[in-house]
Design a protein around this ligand. Structure first.
Ligand SMILES: [Mn+2]
Length: 410
């Protein structure tokens, strides 16, 4: 290996988290600190692995006026890197454009902030390999395509470009760029920021987004982190994703088809423990229950489902590696003997057979029209709107609904 670096982006230090109002206060504080804790974990790892430098590709801060506390954590952590002679290269993004004009601490000497008016290039040599690191920062919240400002690099050594941009994006505000334009520039590595989920395109150039370091709400679920990039003396790139989140949002679907009511609580407790064993972080877990199950009727009782949530949350607020069940979404159906109903030769059986006929001819245009009407009727009856149901799901809902209306349900 010739050298290595860490490529992070979108730290959003000091971000506000959404959907945490119902958490106990201890856990709320833990979530509020999560972006800072994830950043500290990243710095620990850089020191442990002795990387040669760190790149942060914009949106380091949630706003361009971070609080004193957030600024202090940032500066303290960079100073720790300085003690180990690890440089940090930063561009600003749309969230933190011009933030460095607003900070009240002196930045350490190991921090290199790219200017906003033109691409700047820093040069380094690691194990005899010359490295050039090019980048440009956002001057304000909205910018045009900044990639055109990057010069064609020379072929000597290893060339890195740092940019906060929207690859393939149609939004004109955040430096929309074309993937092919980045590829044609000839840089070995494009260290991108802005897109919050990890994404990579590996061809002649390695072009990648690490995504956020810490998820900020339920939609940013799953593992979050950044790339450890190792470059060999032949310039080949080995890039590995490392998790750094301090709190993880997870969504788990559980099929209860085979679950009897007396197994339900133990089964969900077991799901909770399995999630805890996945890592030493706090977990905010949303459960969706599915399947035609004997648990359905019990789950329909609101008192019981509220109790179930309390049972699953018991004692979690005291644990470092808590698993807090944020919600239980009940999408279960009752158990119905369709064969029996089908054979009854009455109005109900005729309707069921009609729906099943539709199920069997889903590709037919005529069926599409009937299906549309059926979907609207289901929405009117159930009061559920705007759900983009799959066609099959619409039909199975319609079947259950007709059963309910005609009074044959459990
Ligand atoms: Mn961002």
């Amino acid at each position: 290996m010739s050298f290595s670096f860490m490529h992070a982006a979108d730290l959003h230090l000091g971000c506000l988290f959404s959907g945490i109002d119902e958490l106990p206060l201890d856990l709320q504080q833990r979530v509020i600190d999560a972006s800072l804790n994830a950043f500290k974990k990243l710095i620990n790892c850089c020191i442990e692995l002795s990387v040669d430098f760190v790149i942060i590709s914009g949106d380091i801060f949630e706003t361009n006026r971070p609080t004193l506390r957030v600024q202090k954590v940032f500066v303290e952590q960079l100073k720790r890197l300085a003690e180990f002679q690890i440089d940090t290269f930063i561009v600003t993004g749309n969230h933190d454009a011009a933030v460095f004009d607003n900070l009240v601490f002196t930045m350490p000497d190991n921090l290199y902030i790219f200017p906003t008016d033109a691409v700047k290039i820093y040069e380094r040599v690691f194990n005899n390999m010359p490295i050039k690191i090019a980048g440009i920062s956002y001057a304000q919240f909205e910018v045009e395509d900044l990639s055109i400002k990057f010069p064609q690099p020379d072929s000597e050594g290893f060339n890195i470009a740092i940019l906060h941009c929207d690859v393939g994006g149609s939004d004109h505000r955040y430096s929309p760029v074309l993937l092919t334009d980045l590829e044609q520039k000839g840089y070995n590595y494009w260290a991108l920021g802005h897109v919050h989920t990890m994404k990579q395109w590996i061809n002649n150039s390695v072009i990648q987004y690490p995504g956020v370091l810490q998820g900020r709400h339920r939609a940013e679920n799953g593992e979050k982190g950044c790339f450890l990039v190792k470059v060999a003396s032949d310039k080949s790139i080995d890039s590995r994703f490392i998790e750094f989140q301090d709190i993880i949002w997870r969504e788990v679907a559980i099929d209860l088809t085979e679950t009897a009511p007396d197994m339900l609580v133990d089964m969900l407790l077991d799901v909770k423990e399995k999630n805890r064993s996945l890592g030493q972080v706090g977990c905010l877990l949303s459960l969706t229950l599915k399947g035609a199950t004997r648990c359905h009727n019990w789950l329909q009782m609101s008192d019981e489902s509220a109790d179930l949530l309390l049972e699953l949350r018991e004692g979690e607020e005291r644990l470092d590696n808590f698993v807090w069940v944020t919600s239980i979404i009940d999408r279960t159906n009752p158990v119905v003997d369709w064969n029996d109903l089908r054979n009854q030769e009455n109005f109900l059986s005729e309707v069921i057979l009609f729906i099943e006929e539709l199920e069997n001819s889903l590709t037919d245009q005529n069926a599409e029209n009937k299906l549309h009407a059926l979907s609207e009727a289901t929405e009117i009856f159930t009061g559920v709107h705007g759900l983009k149901l799959e066609q099959k799901e619409i039909l199975s809902k319609a079947k259950l609904l007709i059963l309910q209306v005609l009074g044959e349900g459990e």
